[in-house]
Ligand binder design. Sequence first.
Ligand SMILES: Nc1nc2c([nH]c(=O)n2[C@@H]2O[C@H](COP(=O)(O)OP(=O)(O)OP(=O)(O)O)[C@@H](O)[C@H]2O)c(=O)[nH]1
Length: 128
Amino acid sequence: MKRIEVVAAIICRNNKYFACQRGYGEFKDFWEFPGGKIEPGESREEALKREIREELDLSICLDSFLTTVEYDYPNFHLTMHCFLCSIDSQDPIIKEHENARWLLKEQLHSVQWLPADIKVVETLRGSV
Ligand SMILES: Nc1nc2c([nH]c(=O)n2[C@@H]2O[C@H](COP(=O)(O)OP(=O)(O)OP(=O)(O)O)[C@@H](O)[C@H]2O)c(=O)[nH]1
């Protein structure tokens, strides 16, 4: 099966986490953490900083590693490395998603996450 390796940023500010809604594709309207595929030659940190710059016009600080999720989608196997990240006073500018929200930990269940993210949300709720 095809494998893809992705990095995702769990951006936290004022006890809220930044969730983004996909605007296209098979999982249009589902929610995810911003991020994307690691390109050849990139470190995880470089890939995540690049993706967040592209998607949200934002510079992030990777504070700590949260978890790596392995998930079998019908067409590929996903390995997703998730990092807790912070930002300064800049606000994200949504460039590629159709919507985004800051969610308190207890609000994380109020949106429909991509299937692979359900475990990440559980880890986040239990860990922070
Ligand atoms: N960024 C991100 N991707 C996730 C999450 N959960 C999850 O299953 N994925 C999957 O991991 C892949 C991420 O790659 P991407 O963001 O570059 O995806 P994409 O479909 O826009 O790729 P494309 O631009 O090459 O078409 C997608 O298949 C996406 O469905 C998540 O929380 N964040």
